[in-house]
Design a protein around this ligand. Structure first.
Ligand code: NAD
Length: 357
């Protein structure tokens, strides 16, 4: 198994180092892993004047999976747009056609009090949002700001989805549901947007191949409301890029802990990019206090989705649960007055928990 390791900027290298400790445990048990570390984002701009150097893209193309930390930092915010670290990630997603973004939002029982919602509403929450990542209004043409005949400025973006783009992400939604509680909610806005009428029609067509999955539909405005009213009604949600962007952030915040949530972005051949949902956290970078658990849980997703090793994924998930049960907390997930541990102490605790069978 070939893994391209892209630590990136800020806390990225700190938390990737802890995830690598976890991978080393499995290598020690005989898992064959060929890892190659490459530059992306700000560090790639510093070293190569390009946020996605050709050698990084080539290494990713040759890999079975990409372990990605985080990119960005205030020192890059004034650079021309094509040199910004974020462009490196967007280009990588597009180049590898990583169209299916899987974002779990799970409340760990030990952390239920950290949510902004009442614990009785979120405890036990376990949602998977499957968001289409390479189409929709973010990429549709025409786009831009121009002037109309009256000389007034007009902004235009185009919401567009082809049947095949909808079909392939719908399959991911159904398959994710099959592996979980077998219910899929497709979110659209078919009452006013023709693009999403097509979305609904195609999802219904694909559903015939998955008779074991119960399919429901929900308008996006209602979905936004239901996520804060009764989030546990959801198992898997599948939706387009724009709606998924907003709903997945909303769902992740229900869990109250940005440092706990991993994500996967996959293409048709199963190549996946695995990363925490948070950014490079420049405010805490270099202090050894970042929470590495989202990054470590992204290893679990890598095992599950790219390497088809749910047994190893379950072991990582259980080890994380165990350290939380033991009361270990980095500062971001600690209740007031609780003692906290460093990034590396948390990684070491997960490694120790992995060896307990
Ligand atoms: P952020 O997610 O980096 O940080 C938001 C807050 O959460 C900060 O207070 C930070 O300290 C905290 N935080 C984040 N991850 C944490 C962790 N693992 N442990 C403890 N605390 C954590 O968002 P931001 O501050 O808006 O962005 C910082 C930079 O990251 C920007 O340059 C932005 O463009 C970039 N960014 C990158 C990605 C990515 O790499 N995929 C995603 C989002 C933002």
């Amino acid at each position: 198994m070939k893994v391209a390791v892209l630590p990136g900027d800020g806390i990225g290298p700190e938390i990737v180092a802890e995830a690598l400790k976890v991978l080393e445990v499995f290598r020690g048990e005989g898992l064959s892993l060929d890892m190659k570390t490459c530059d992306i984002g700000g560090i790639a701009v510093d070293r190569h004047r390009d946020p996605l150097p050709a050698q990084t893209l080539a290494a990713c193309r040759e890999s079975d999976a990409i372990l990605f930390g985080a990119i960005g930092g205030p020192q890059y915010d004034t650079l021309p747009r094509e040199l910004r670290p974020e462009r490196g990630l967007l280009r990588l997603r597009k180049a590898l056609d990583l169209f299916a973004n899987l974002r779990p939002a799970q409340v760990f029982p030990e952390l239920a009090a950290a949510s902004s919602l009442k614990p009785d509403i979120v405890s036990g929450l376990d949602i998977m949002i499957v968001r289409e990542l390479t189409g929709d209004i973010y990429f549709g043409e025409p786009r831009g700001i121009s002037h109309n005949s009256a000389g007034e400025r007009v902004g235009v973006n185009t919401m567009v989805y082809s049947e095949s783009e909808i079909r392939r992400v719908a399959h991911w939604g159904f398959q994710a549901a099959q592996a979980r509680r077998k219910t899929l909610c497709s979110v659209d806005k078919m009452n006013v947007l023709e693009t999403t009428q097509l979305w609904r029609d195609v999802v219904v067509e694909v559903s015939r191949e998955y008779p074991d999955v119960m399919l429901t539909h929900m308008l996006v405005d209602n979905a936004a409301m239901q996520l804060v009213r009764n989030p546990r009604q959801f198992d898997v949600i599948v939706t387009g890029n724009l709606f998924g962007d907003i709903l997945s952030d909303e769902a992740s915040m229900l869990t109250g802990s940005i440092g706990m949530l991993p994500s996967a972005s996959l293409n048709v051949s199963g190549l996946g990019l695995y990363e925490p949902i948070h950014g490079s956290a420049p405010d805490i970078a270099g202090r050894g206090i970042a929470n590495p658990l989202a990054q470590i849980l992204s290893i679990s997703m890598m095992f599950r989705y790219s390497f088809k090793r749910p047994d190893l994924a379950d072991r990582v998930d259980q080890a994380v649960r165990r350290v939380l049960q033991q009361g270990l907390r980095t500062a971001d997930i600690a209740q007031p007055g609780m003692p906290t541990v460093s990034t590396s102490a948390m990684g070491d605790a997960v490694v120790a928990a992995l060896s307990v069978h």
